[in-house]
Design a protein around this ligand. Structure first.
Ligand SMILES: *Cc1c(COP(=O)(O)O)cnc(C)c1O
Length: 428
């Protein structure tokens, strides 16, 4: 039996990965899961409860990936599981309207993933404005959406290729890419194409090149520019929606976009995406308007049930202050620790979203994110894994806390981080 330094076996995960690789490209159904960003074998999970997950070798971890965001209430949250069971018992899909869709909606059109939402949002913005070009930011990720898979973040970065093979030049010919936090570059894009830009799409807090915050004035600047130039502002809040505040970044920062894309938490761990905005814009979707949008499983009743149960639980008093307190406790704990051990770092927390870079200088965009020490991150990741903490398997991802992360879990994480740092620095 192969064992790592702390006696934890990953034998079953290893052989499960070997078997998976024979039938699934790369052994995974979503790129980041392959651990390319940190090396080693992906851990195969068997179950989760609260803030903890168990792998198929029987190892337990405190989880900071939380299915990449949807599980803000924790794994297997009883109210959500009950709602899913009840909905499934009534039938899994009808391809016809159900009342649950209306209950969850506030002028939104539902689809089945974040990528579908951003793709429909672009089409809507183009249809609405009659313009063709889109501005996106390097390092922002908007799902596996061809037109936006240029300088994309997340797993596109993990594999070291922010641009995907198979995306034609024609498909991205109308995608203008500018650095995050660079209003001058956005202004220059409008100067170069004064009447052609349909929309700016932005992760208002970027969570797919690591966790990178907008500089003061950046989002307000985008709002002002788009308004003045007749373009729409799309906030991709698939990750930040219901996470950094009940109303996402737009509520926190007091800046209202024209179109919002949502997903992840909205589906409570089931496949959901949504495009939201004022009726004046949304009504351009078919059947009332002329911008096509459709999906066989859109507004799926089980996903709606999970979403309704999740949002209902999030509405209970004290939820968001608690999430923020946990996020801050984790970020501050790590910050103190890295400080004491003189490890160059940048740490951020907003609500239930946390991130850190092993970087000397502030990270404000993709270039500065890429200057972080990814090799050290990979070693830190594995040292934490051995100590029962599951971080994102890449420096270029954010971390997520849930309602199930309590003081004890956060403090155990900080202790594990101290032990990991001691081990790493001793062998450096
Ligand atoms: C995860 C994510 C997406 C894609 O959502 P999928 O459901 O994976 O298609 C889009 N935008 C952002 C900001 C995301 O974090």
């Amino acid at each position: 039996m192969r064992e790592n330094r702390l006696g934890m076996s990953l034998d079953r995960s290893r052989s499960a990965f070997e078997r998976a690789k024979r039938v699934i490209p790369g052994g995974v159904n979503s790129t980041v899961r392959a651990f390319k960003g940190v090396g080693g074998t992906p851990v195969f999970f068997a179950s989760g409860s609260g803030c903890r997950v168990r792998d198929i070798d029987g190892n337990d971890y405190i989880d900071y990936v939380m299915s990449w965001g949807p599980l803000i209430l924790g794994h297997a949250y009883p109210a959500v599981i009950d709602a899913v069971r009840a909905a499934a018992g009534r039938g899994t899909s009808f391809g016809a309207p159900t009342e649950a869709e209306t209950e969850l909606a506030q002028k939104v059109r539902f689809c089945s993933s974040g990528a579908e939402a951003t793709s429909a949002a672009l089409r809507l913005a183009r249809g609405y404005t009659g313009r063709e070009k889109i501005v996106k930011f390097a390092g922002c990720y908007h799902g596996g959406n061809d037109a936006l898979l240029v300088s994309a973040g997340s797993s596109a970065l993990t594999i070291g290729k922010p641009d995907s093979a198979g995306v034609t030049r024609g498909t991205v010919a109308d995608t203008l890419v500018v650095p995050y936090n660079d209003l001058d570059a956005v202004g220059a894009a409008f100067d170069a194409h004064p009447d052609d830009i349909a929309a700016i799409i932005v992760e208002p807090y970027a969570g797919n090149m690591g966790f990178v915050l907008p500089r003061p004035g950046f989002l307000a600047g985008l709002r002002e520019l788009t308004r003045r130039r007749g373009a729409l502002l799309i906030f991709d809040e698939v990750m930040t929606g219901f996470r950094v505040a009940p109303g996402g970044v737009q509520e926190r920062e007091g800046i209202l976009p024209d179109i919002t894309t949502l997903g992840k938490i909205l589906g409570g761990g089931l496949p959901v995406g949504a495009i939201a905005g004022p009726a004046e814009i949304l009504d351009h979707f078919t059947p009332d308007g002329d911008v096509f949008q459709a999906g066989t499983l859109s507004g799926n009743p089980i996903a709606m049930a999970a979403g309704i149960a999740t949002l209902r639980s999030l509405r209970e008093p004290g939820v968001y202050p608690r999430l923020s307190a946990m996020g801050e406790r984790l970020a501050e704990g790590l910050d103190d620790l890295f400080e004491r051990y003189e490890v160059p770092h940048q740490t951020n927390a907003r609500g239930a979203m946390v991130g850190f870079f092993f970087a000397r200088d502030p990270v404000v965009d993709l270039d500065s994110a890429k200057r972080s020490d990814t090799a050290f991150y990979a070693r830190f990741f594995h040292a934490m894994l051995e100590r029962g903490v599951y971080l994102a398997p890449s420096q270029f991802e954010a971390g997520f806390v849930s309602l199930a992360h309590d003081h004890a879990a956060i403090d155990a994480t900080i202790d594990a981080a101290e032990s990991a740092l001691q081990a790493l620095l001793a062998t450096a």
